[in-house]
Design a protein around this ligand. Structure first.
Ligand code: SF4
Ligand code: SF4
Length: 307
């Protein structure tokens, strides 16, 4: 708390602003000195100094250092439909547990950044439900670090595959924020609906996944947003809201940069998140996350949806 900046994370993020503007980095800047919460972000690493976390971070750095495959001179031809099918199959073969395609919207770029690509292939990287039940203990934090590395590895391998076939591509992965927000892209690509906990609920994986992506100019067929009733379910469910120790989740949607949506109060979440290697209680308690239960909920919601 001593490292909390004067400015609220919610103000940076545009809470209560009625008109659209581009998002700004609140956390996970590649260079912490670039953001007001940089000192808090650094504390995350000082506080969560554990041998298993260190091992995971070293593995992530080694993966990050591997160069992308070279871009072949002659692009392999194919229709947008064929490439979309091939990319999705390759993404799953390389380790993605969910995959969808969206046309890039320039509004997804952080303020001061550009995303000079036409399409984004969004990848869902599953987390283990049983391990995540340990949240907010260190085991859950270690698992999250390792799944981010898996996301990095999968997105780099998929971008490399495209480049070897002559189509330029760039991987995007966490935990550090790149040039764009990935959640709007994942929603557009059909990976799920935004939950009250501020993360996406996927119809198969619930909230038990992390995001990675590949950007490309190769012509593809975009997917559609998936509406299976999770948003409506969240209006009546209070599990994450009551389980969140600092009370960062609101019972009502709020307006953020011109859009009404579920919102996480950064100023309440971040200090607890820092003290607990990334918390994630809200993801662990979400009923959609429980294997088997999520599928039944989706089926029930489908039956209730008016035709
Ligand atoms: S990560 Fe933890 S502190 Fe943050 S919103 Fe979820 S439950 Fe609350
Ligand atoms: S725990 Fe309940 S309210 Fe929270 S995101 Fe999951 S379904 Fe929605």
């Amino acid at each position: 708390m001593a490292r909390k900046p004067q400015v609220s994370g919610n103000a940076i993020n545009g809470l209560g602003e009625e008109t659209f503007r581009k998002p700004r980095h609140v956390y996970w800047a590649t260079n912490p000195a670039d953001i007001p919460h940089g000192d808090m972000q650094l504390w995350f690493y000082q506080k969560n100094d554990h041998p298993d976390l260190d091992k995971g971070r070293i593995a992530r750095k080694s993966e990050e250092a591997i160069p992308l495959a070279p871009l072949a001179d002659r692009p392999e031809p194919g229709s947008a439909a064929d490439w979309s099918t091939r990319i999705k199959a390759e993404a799953r073969a390389l380790g993605a547990d969910a995959v969808g395609i969206a046309r890039v919207d320039p509004d997804w770029a952080f303020d001061g950044h550009e995303v000079p690509w036409r399409y984004i292939v969004v990848l869902g990287i599953a987390m283990d439900y049983d391990i995540m039940q340990h949240a907010p203990q260190i085991e859950a934090g270690v698992h999250v670090v390792n799944q981010y590395t898996r996301g990095m590895k999968t997105s780099k391998a998929l971008a490399g595959w495209l480049r070897r076939l002559g189509h330029d591509a760039e991987p995007e992965h966490g935990p550090f924020a790149g040039p764009m927000t990935m959640i709007p892209a994942a929603l557009a690509a059909g990976l799920g609906e935004l939950g009250k906990h501020g993360s996406i609920i996927n119809r198969e994986l619930g909230a038990m996944f992390r995001l990675a992506a590949v950007l490309t100019d190769l012509e593809l067929v975009p997917d559609h947003p998936d509406d299976f009733g999770a948003d409506r379910f969240c209006s009546a469910c209070r599990l994450c809201e009551t389980a969140c120790p600092p009370g960062a989740l609101s019972p009502e949607k709020q307006t953020v940069r011109g859009v009404e949506k579920w919102y996480v109060d950064f100023d309440r979440c971040l200090p607890y998140f820092n003290e607990t290697a990334g918390c994630a209680i809200c993801l662990a308690v979400c009923p959609f996350s429980r294997p088997g239960v999520g599928d039944n909920l989706v089926a029930k919601l489908a039956r209730r949806t008016p035709r």
